[in-house]
Design a protein around this ligand. Sequence first.
Ligand SMILES: [Zn+2]
Ligand SMILES: [Zn+2]
Length: 122
Amino acid sequence: MSSRSKSALVRPGSGGFTGQASDDLTARMGRLIQGGKADECWPWIGARSGGYGQLVFDGKGIMAHRYVHEVMIGPIPDGYHVHHMCMNKLCCNPLHLVALTPQAHMREHAGLIRDGVYKRAS
Ligand SMILES: [Zn+2]
Ligand SMILES: [Zn+2]
């Protein structure tokens, strides 16, 4: 598979990864994220699972947006969900991601549904 995206967009940060972070995994993730400007969505161009970007590493499926959160923002508290504020499930822009409790996440989504359709937060 060829990729023209810039590599090394995702660099290990100070937050660490509670899963299985490695330079190899981070490099693979970086090649599958189409990076852009800070205010743009950075779409995942690799495999998907349930509409989310996923990479199989060491026999385990790793959610792309959760990995980006852990590496670039910080560890995800136990049981927390990572919500896309842009409502784009494939987006890997850390500025568009936020860790929420499952309850807060449900409220967030319920508040964004209008006429059965998700509306982007403005
Ligand atoms: Zn986005
Ligand atoms: Zn969400």
